[in-house]
Write a protein that binds this ligand. Structure first.
Ligand SMILES: Cc1cc2nc3c(=O)[nH]c(=O)nc-3n(C[C@H](O)[C@H](O)[C@H](O)COP(=O)(O)OP(=O)(O)OC[C@H]3O[C@@H](n4cnc5c(N)ncnc54)[C@H](O)[C@@H]3O)c2cc1C
Length: 447
């Protein structure tokens, strides 16, 4: 099962990681070991699974294997919005059905609280995780209408939100680009690479988990009642396993032809000078998601790496999971264009970092979550919103792996249906590629 599992790192250096002091990764696995639980993948899902297993089974031995080092995978490459509200990235509006959206909000908030607790327990610096909300920004009239509809939906759910006009948007961001915005207070803004590293190190130092970085699992085998996870220079035999590898779960032999693999792209400017900061104006820290889901996510940050702008847009459908250098170059051009449209006075500011990161989605927006074989569980397919959804998946898979009926953390989780099958190739790639391009084009000024 899952032989010759391929792995290639995401492209480009994520700015979030580059801003951090150098960290010595934990050594790669060099021997054959046995543990009670083996978790493959140290992103949001894998780390949450490790923490939850430790809570449920205090004396268990736990090994976490990741093909790359903490903070360099997608969990350290995202825009850093840990979102509490419904937010289906691939939809035409963020609003869904009232009942399921209310259930989603409870789940997302439990995930945010779970991470907040780890941040406190592991004494992480403040910049790692702050609940300070975000704004859904509208650059065009259709975005304003989308925000109004979304605000009505939130009000029906008694969720606090506040409409901002163009002046208020300018006061916050320093740009007159936006016609309006919708502020919601419950989002946690994270420094993703720092959060990923701090939690990984906390699990090792304070929860006695073994972490092996730069350790790709190349195959898995059933050995009587146990699972053997084979790597290039060692192996882990475990009573229970959790696959927290997002789209790579398909390469392990599960959910094949049911998962859509998409790469996202982001850029971060160099540090702004004092003159540039005063000519820009606005607040020193803010985060905006686009009211059209295919527009640009933009953040201003002002912590240890100085004042910078981070921008994310462009999607590519990559059924083999891997982004191409060509698409990374196209993304750089798009980021530049979107940045200059918003901040023309900063047109001399170059982008210091540009990177890609893979995400995984299903046609019916459900997780690939649950038991995939005896004593083996999947915590994958976060539909683009892995900061909260990954944590939920990790917790649920951990509870399954521990045969726990303690559902206090996620009482609102209901087992979902399977991800729907994809249509055959080449129609799937043509359809998905065209869909993404059209949606990006329709996003217009929001991109
Ligand atoms: C540019 C960008 C912006 C984004 N913005 C946001 C955002 O603002 N908010 C949000 O919620 N989400 C965002 N996302 C999505 C989010 O980052 C992902 O959904 C999330 O990282 C998924 O978490 P995960 O733990 O399931 O998987 P991942 O973070 O992908 O972790 C899986 C891990 O498995 C490891 N792995 C894979 N194969 C193997 C193997 N064979 N052996 C060992 N290890 C393996 C990988 O190295 C990886 O570290 C963004 C993504 C990108 C790229």
């Amino acid at each position: 099962m899952g032989n010759n599992i391929p792995y290639k790192p995401d492209l480009g250096v994520p700015g979030w990681l580059a801003l951090l002091p150098e960290r010595q990764p934990r050594s790669a696995l060099q021997e054959d070991i046995e543990v009670d639980y083996c978790i493959v993948g140290a992103g949001f899902a894998g780390l949450a699974a490790a923490r939850r297993i430790r809570q449920l089974d205090r004396n268990a031995s736990i090994a976490i294997l990741d093909a790359t080092s903490a903070g360099s995978g997608p969990a350290g490459r995202n825009s850093g919005f840990m979102i509490d509200l419904p937010h289906i990235v691939a939809s035409s509006s963020y609003a869904g059905q009232l009942e399921s959206d209310m259930r989603d909000i409870k789940l997302n908030r439990s995930a945010i609280e779970f991470v907040g607790n780890m941040v406190r327990e592991f004494n992480c610096p403040q910049q790692v995780f702050r609940i300070e909300g975000k704004v859904n920004a509208a650059a065009g009239k259709s975005g304003v209408r989308a925000n109004e509809n979304y605000a009505r939906h939130l009000e029906r759910m008694k969720e606090p939100c506040e409409m901002l006009n163009s002046n208020e948007m300018e006061r916050m961001t320093g740009t007159d680009y936006y016609l309006g915005g919708l502020h919601t207070p419950g989002v946690a803004m994270i420094q993703p690479a720092m959060l990923n590293q701090q939690i990984a190190d906390g699990l090792v130092n304070q929860c006695a988990c073994k972490l092996f970085e730069n350790t790709a699992v190349t195959s898995i085998h059933k050995q009587r009642e146990r699972w053997k996870f084979v790597t290039e220079s060692g192996s882990v035999v475990a009573g229970r396993g959790v696959l927290a590898v997002n789209g790579f779960v398909e390469k392990f032999g599960f959910y094949q032809r049911r998962l859509m693999h998409v790469n996202l792209y982001a850029s971060m400017t160099r540090e702004l000078t004092t003159d540039e900061i005063s000519s820009l104006g606005g607040e020193s820290r803010w985060g905006i998601t686009p009211s059209n889901p295919f527009g640009s996510t933009v953040r201003r940050i002002s912590d240890s790496g100085g004042h910078r702008i981070v921008i994310r847009n462009r999607f590519s459908y990559d059924p083999d999971l891997f982004a191409s250098e060509v698409n990374l170059e196209k993304a750089k051009t798009d980021h530049r264009r979107s940045f200059e449209a918003r901040f023309p006075e900063l047109n001399r500011v170059r982008m210091e970092y540009c990177w890609s990161g893979r995400i995984c989605a299903s046609r019916n927006h459900v997780w690939a979550l649950g038991k995939v074989a005896d004593h083996l569980y999947s915590a994958c397919c976060q539909n683009g919103l892995g900061a909260s959804k990954g944590v939920i998946a990790g917790i649920v898979a951990a509870e399954m792996a521990c045969d726990s009926d303690d559902d206090r953390l996620m009482p609102d989780y209901r087992q979902e249906i399977q991800p729907e099958k994809l249509i055959p190739e080449p129609f799937m790639s043509i359809g998905a590629g065209t869909y993404l391009k059209c949606r990006e084009w329709i996003a217009g000024r929001d991109k």
